[in-house]
Design a protein around this ligand. Sequence first.
Ligand SMILES: N[C@@H](CCC(=O)N[C@@H](CS)C(=O)NCC(=O)O)C(=O)O
Length: 215
Amino acid sequence: MQLFTQWRNSAGERVRIALHLKRIDYEYIAVGRLPAGEYARLNPQGLMPALRIGGQVIAQSTAILEFLEETWPVPALLPGDPIMRARARGFAQLITSDLHPLNNNRVRRFLAGRMGASAAMVQEWYRHWLATAFAALEASLATMPDDTPFCFGDEPGVGRPASGAADRQRPPLRLRPDALSPAVRGRCALQPARGVPAGTSRGAAGLPGLMKPRC
Ligand SMILES: N[C@@H](CCC(=O)N[C@@H](CS)C(=O)NCC(=O)O)C(=O)O
């Protein structure tokens, strides 16, 4: 199994987190090191990540996550209860469907290029949508029971590890991964990345082997 992704690629990190949580072996392929045009042949949209398995290429991080969940159901990324499953999916989709498409690299490049926005305007755009999404995520978390260490249960899942009630006391815009409480950070410790070429990834607080995404 090969994961085509790139340094500071948040959609790729979703998949890497799932692969590590499920302890699935994979080969990390840095798209920037492929010959020109090769990735576009694999994934015509050109966005990362893509997963190649058995000669087939799956694009879109959420489609890959669903494939992994169906094929390697243990440990599960979704809770067992149907309502909680739907809530976990909704929580994740707030990021993958509503936030990320507004703020990823190609949108910011378009704003700065074709639309002539200044760097400060692009930054304001980015912060606005990030703040809007995180306020909703925080408000949504606040409606969850306080008795589990992660967003939707005792194990980390698609809703990303939550810091629980302690972090709900913080200001609502929680943008730094190191805002996670030490206990949750410990639970988030993942295996060191295997097969990741030097220089393509570095540890982020609480997520060894993973990185601080940029897009
Ligand atoms: N909906 C896609 C989004 C993928 C996406 O936007 N990937 C970004 C990196 S996070 C990308 O490849 N950007 C390349 C670019 O902007 O040039 C997914 O979830 O896989």
